[in-house]
Design a protein around this ligand. Sequence first.
Ligand code: NAP
Length: 242
Amino acid sequence: MTGTAVVVGASGALGSAIADRLRADGLHVVAVARTPPVGDGWCTADIGSDDSVAAVAAAVADTPGPVRMVVQAAGLPAAGPLERIEPDALGRAVALKCGGLLRLVRAVDDRLADGSRIVALGGHFGVEPAPYACAAGVTNAGLANLVRQLSIAYGPRGVTAHLVAPGPADTPRLRGLSQDTADERGVTLDEVLAERAAESPLGRLVTPDEVAWAVGTLLDPHAGALAGSTLSLDVGARRGIF
Ligand SMILES: NC(=O)c1ccc[n+]([C@@H]2O[C@H](COP(=O)([O-])OP(=O)(O)OC[C@H]3O[C@@H](n4cnc5c(N)ncnc54)[C@H](OP(=O)(O)O)[C@@H]3O)[C@@H](O)[C@H]2O)c1
């Protein structure tokens, strides 16, 4: 496949797996982070700031073909559990992930074409609340709504929007957050990770490659019927049906 993809959070565990997958599919990848590693193909931008719109637009200006996919995979700062989270941290988390998705889309708007995909990484907690993941739950629920709005707005141009919602994934982020929980409760990291894995009937965590597969698969022209919906990668953890 020819064309360009933009991945925000491309130095992260999930973003880097997604960027690798999209490169393997033949796309030119513009990789975005605030403090990217040295190398070609990187764009330095803070997707939480309006300046990122111009920075990403400039980074895609001379790239090949249409922008076939944008991915918002920026990580949220840890904000703490429901009982201790600073109330304003909820707003900041939504501003970063939802506001960041809007900035990303605006940066590439004139380069989107029929069949282009707008993808946001949400998470299982957006539909299956857990007080220990308070900001992630609220933010990812908001992101699901925003993706549907984008799907309505961009649908007439043949552009679809998608939310990919992994359950707890085996990443340094999860290990860091789980270590905080372990320290607080006086248990080991492995015990907390085992609890996270036990939330799924299969008893395991999601892998970054599984997330990258789901995102890459959305490039298939037949994925267009998923417009606006949430692709759940929770290893079966969700109990409700809707
Ligand atoms: N890991 C999981 O278990 C899991 C499960 C479900 C959903 N998710 C969601 O998936 C996303 C990625 O998770 P991850 O584990 O890959 O996170 P991660 O390893 O912490 O990576 C975060 C990435 O986002 C970039 N970033 C952070 N703030 C940014 C900003 N303001 N502007 C631009 N880039 C920014 C980071 O680079 P810089 O710091 O250099 O900017 C890094 O590239 C998050 O939204 C997370 O909530 C994760």
